[in-house]
Design a protein around this ligand. Structure first.
Ligand code: FMN
Length: 499
């Protein structure tokens, strides 16, 4: 019973349908503002999502799921909390669960796409390919229902016969899903074909969970009132709109739709506020322009490369500058406060802090690890030992540095082992109130000593120094010299690093 409390309910709702490229944060927020009850994100593929790291973006006030190449795959914020459904493309129950668990606390429900007929989906066994593999459907949905605390739903297309469609949804209902969205077309049918309301109705009559009717955009739903007509014609509990909302999301507005011009400006405000990818912004605006995309205005929009240029096209430069200035100010304030508010957490002999190693905060030849090593020498302690773990779900790293019988670790996971070690060193240095070599930090005297040591080391082995020059990495060359020097000077005793 507790598990049910506060859960998103899918009965008697209107929803923004999942749409690749369209269903990103600005469009979802806009649809909610205009009156949609639930918003689905674009389909995100499990393999790509599984590699993402969850990052709290304090400047934008969002939670971002960031791929190893730094692309934000999914961005969400508190404005849509409780109403955003994460749609996933998957053909693998275990991988689906890994992704569902990754996003579970930031979304209201998880949906599995079982309707996409495009080859890129079906060839991997995803999308509508699942419709002919009910065992796989059951495995995926049951694994998710049993594995996460949020509601699980799926979106299907209808099968060639009514009987097969009804049998399939009955099997789906038994997995414990909270609702089923039914796109009333078969996988071979195109958007121009009429939607089969009779199939959706038969499905709705055969199950007791809410059925969400979908597919009515072009032939039935043209105004807000038509949403109810479609719902009644399909005998469904709820309605989900894709194209009608993509063309003008104010279709969800009870008081009547707004002009596309007004809607585009509202869209741009969210796109700038949440730093939306400009190509995505442009794509969504072009969908709203529809056949005017070839007009002189459409061409100017098409030529824009950044959100700033898009704002120029719409005469919104002042808004752009003001919003950017606000975001910059928040960033600056966070940086100042961050320095003061980072408090270490102590647990037995382990001390943690949420810190990240930002390469740009340190001069090219300086790293926190170097500072920690210097300090250990000065204090006549054993050298710091770094132990690193790699997480399987996203291959991120977390290091613990052990020094003076204490362990220090950053609570945040890093995308490289070297950065994770630097972050651990920062935790140790900040906890002990020691300098770490950051730009603008008060001079500690350690750097001078460091330079003297480096000169000594540089003289040791010319051939090794030549080899070093060939080697490039994200950690300064000087630190690598440090390791090599230490190996030589301290007779092979090197900061031991394990995974
Ligand atoms: C641009 C676009 C992208 C879409 N992407 C997805 C998607 O990511 N996941 C999905 O289940 N369906 C996707 N669809 C299908 C829609 O969700 C919906 O099932 C279909 O358009 C029929 O609904 P409509 O008549 O309201 O447009 C997409 C449709 C469009 C037009």
């Amino acid at each position: 019973m507790l598990k049910m409390m506060g859960r998103l309910c899918f009965a008697h709702k209107t929803a923004l349908a999942p749409m690749v490229r369209v269903g990103t944060l600005p469009m979802r927020l806009l649809a909610l503002d205009y009156g949609a009850d639930i918003v689905y994100c674009e389909e995100l593929i499990d393999i790509k999502m599984a590699q993402c790291e969850r990052v709290v973006n304090d400047v934008l006030e969002t939670v971002d799921f960031v791929a190893p190449d730094e692309r934000v795959m999914f961005r969400t914020c508190s404005k849509e909390k409780g109403r955003v459904v994460f749609q996933m493309g998957t053909a693998d129950p275990e991988r689906a669960l890994v992704v569902a668990k990754l996003v579970e606390n930031d979304v209201a429900a998880v949906d599995v796409n079982m309707g996409c007929p495009k080859e890129y989906s079906t060839k991997g066994g995803m999308g509508s390919a699942l419709l002919s593999d009910p065992e796989k459907i059951e495995a995926i949905l049951s694994t998710l229902v049993n594995g996460i605390s949020k509601p699980v739903t799926c979106k299907i297309r209808i099968l060639p016969t009514l009987e097969d469609t009804v049998n399939l949804v009955k099997r789906i209902e038994k997995t414990g899903v909270a609702a089923i969205a039914v796109h009333g077309r078969m996988k071979e049918e195109r958007p121009r074909h009429p939607v089969h309301c009779d199939y959706i109705q038969a499905v709705a009559e055969s199950v007791s969970i809410p059925v969400i009717a979908n597919g009515g955009s072009s032939d039935i739903v043209k105004t807000f009132e038509d949403i109810e007509k479609f719902r009644a014609a399909a005998g469904a509990s709820s309605v989900m709109l894709a194209r009608a909302a993509m063309w003008n999301p104010s279709i969800f507005r009870q008081q009547g739709a707004l002009s596309v011009e007004e809607v585009m400006e509202d869209y741009i405000r969210y796109a700038v506020r949440y730093d939306n990818n400009p190509f995505n912004t442009k794509y969504c605006l072009c969908q709203m322009l529809r056949d005017r995309v070839e007009s002189p205005f459409g061409k100017r929009l098409h030529a824009a490369q950044t959100n700033e240029e898009i704002c120029e096209v719409f005469g919104m430069t002042d808004f752009y500058n003001k919003t950017k200035a606000e975001l910059e100010a928040r960033k600056a304030a966070l940086q100042t406060n961050g320095d003061q508010t980072e408090q270490p957490t102590h647990e037995d002999d382990l001390i943690t802090m949420p810190v990240r190693f930002e390469r740009r905060d340190y001069p090219p030849q300086i790293t926190p690890k170097m500072y920690l090593l210097e300090w250990s020498r000065k204090e006549k302690l054993d050298q710091p030992v770094y132990e690193t773990e790699q997480r399987t779900q996203d291959r991120a790293f977390q290091s613990t540095v052990i020094i003076d019988n204490k362990k220090y670790r950053s609570a945040l996971w890093e995308k490289s082992k070297k950065f994770a070690e630097q972050a651990a060193a920062i935790v140790c240095l900040r906890t002990l109130g020691l300098p770490e070599g950051r730009i603008g930090e008060e001079h500690s005297g350690l750097v001078n000593k460091r330079k003297r040591d480096d000169k000594k080391c540089a003289a040791l082995d010319d051939s090794e120094s030549a080899a070093r020059k060939r080697h490039t990495s994200e950690v300064p060359q000087e630190e690598e010299e440090e390791m090599i020097c230490r190996t030589k000077v301290v007779n092979g005793v090197c900061g031991q690093t394990t995974r």
